[in-house]
Design a protein. Structure first.
Length: 346
């Protein structure tokens, strides 16, 4: 099969398409003919040699995909050849075929194209895990989400809104803020020119927000302590600004705050399956109704994976990029995401 590979870590130019052996489909696993594979910021880190795959995972990039089932391994029930599925992967998405544990496979609802579904599992499950399971976000509560313009952020806005919570986001331009508002955020702050603490306080009637979803890290820690309500939760999922900061623990105690750090990829398959079950229990209905859908900014063929990585690194993307196997048109915008574009997000 064809896959996007690289011989040694480096810049985008190391990526190339080559013939590689198809992955084995073992007991409890599902082999998928990949129609679309989401590109994530973590892929850029892995390509540069900073985020190696966990032991036993495919060396091929790609944390999510969608397509149709080719084969199921022994002991797999509820999934059969020909079913449209999307999958949360520990690696291997940038390939014509990918293998996932059956518990990490989700049916693609009719309301979604496979192109859209290819950009769903990693970002929606990350947003769900961290906002709801770890952050305890509830109906009527408030959240501050950084990077509302990104893959995880655009998912977080939609999930929070569907759950009846209120969200203030940050994004890197006024235009990107506007698009976050169209997607369902109640307030949006340009992180290059405005103060998100003031916006967080305003959204929560001066109380502070209940949850912060943090993909920036160190430089924001002090302001997060300020922005949180008493009893609030700070969930750290990314360190785009760096991992170090000083914290006055007295302030943490006075406000009775919780700080949680979390990753999704390294969790055992059984834990991921539990997260997926919880997500499905809660959000299958809006997903089936087309009210939750990844914001696909553009699609690229595998041959242009380097261009896709450059676009994501350059901050050009609102929402997600997906890669598609085979030739196909170059850099098409908003493919298969008509509903999303209608909301001004594609
Ligand atoms: N721990 C986990 O399990 C997990 C899983 C998935 C992703 N992540 C992390 O979550 C983050 C988002 O992932 P993604 O795939 O959504 O990436 P993405 O699509 O590239 O989005 C990155 C987002 O970060 C925002 N950002 C960058 N610097 C910022 C700053 N100083 N203040 C506020 N926002 C800032 C960007 O906003 P603008 O471009 O508008 O400036 C953009 O929306 C990444 O750090 C990723 O590594 C963690």
């Amino acid at each position: 099969m064809q896959a996007v590979v690289f011989d040694a870590p480096g810049d985008e130019s190391v990526l190339r398409v080559d013939e590689v052996p198809s992955p084995d489909c073992g007991p409890g696993e599902v082999r998928i003919a990949v129609a679309a594979a989401g590109v994530n910021r973590a892929d850029l880190l892995q390509r540069r040699g900073h985020y190696p795959p966990p032991p036993g995972a495919s060396e091929i990039l790609g944390l999510e995909c969608a397509g149709s089932v080719l084969e199921v391994g022994r002991d797999v029930t509820g999934v059969a050849a020909g079913h449209r599925v999307m999958a949360l992967l520990t690696g291997g998405g940038y390939a014509e075929q990918a293998v996932a544990p059956s518990g990490c496979v989700i049916p693609v609802p009719d309301a979604l194209s496979e192109l859209e579904a290819g950009g769903l599992p990693e970002v929606f499950l990350t947003a769900f895990l961290n906002l709801f399971l770890l952050g305890g976000l509830e109906e009527g509560a408030t959240a501050l989400v950084h990077g509302g313009s990104g893959g995880v952020g655009t998912a977080a806005i939609q999930l929070a809104k569907a759950a009846g919570a209120r969200v203030v986001v940050t994004a890197g331009s006024d235009e990107r803020c506007r698009r976050c508002l169209e997607l369902g955020a109640e307030a949006a702050v340009n992180h290059r020119s405005q103060d998100f603490v003031a916006a967080a306080r305003e959204l929560s009637d001066g109380r502070g927000v209940d949850v912060v979803l943090d993909c920036v890290g160190g430089p924001y820690l002090e302001r997060h302590i300020e922005a949180l309500a008493v009893g609030g939760r700070l969930v750290v999922i990314g360190l785009q600004g760096g991992g170090h900061a000083e914290l006055d623990l007295a302030r943490l105690m006075r406000k009775r705050l919780t700080i949680v750090g979390s990753t999704l990829r390294a969790r055992p398959a059984a834990e991921k399956a539990e997260i997926i079950d919880a997500f499905s229990d809660r959000f299958t209905e809006p997903l089936a109704g087309g009210r939750l859908r990844p914001v696909i900014d553009r699609t690229f063929p595998f041959e242009q994976a380097a261009t896709a990585h450059r676009a994501l690194a350059g901050g050009e993307v609102f929402g997600k990029i997906v890669l598609v196997p085979g030739g196909g048109a170059e850099g098409q915008r908003g493919q298969g995401a008509e509903g999303t574009r209608g909301k001004g997000a594609g």
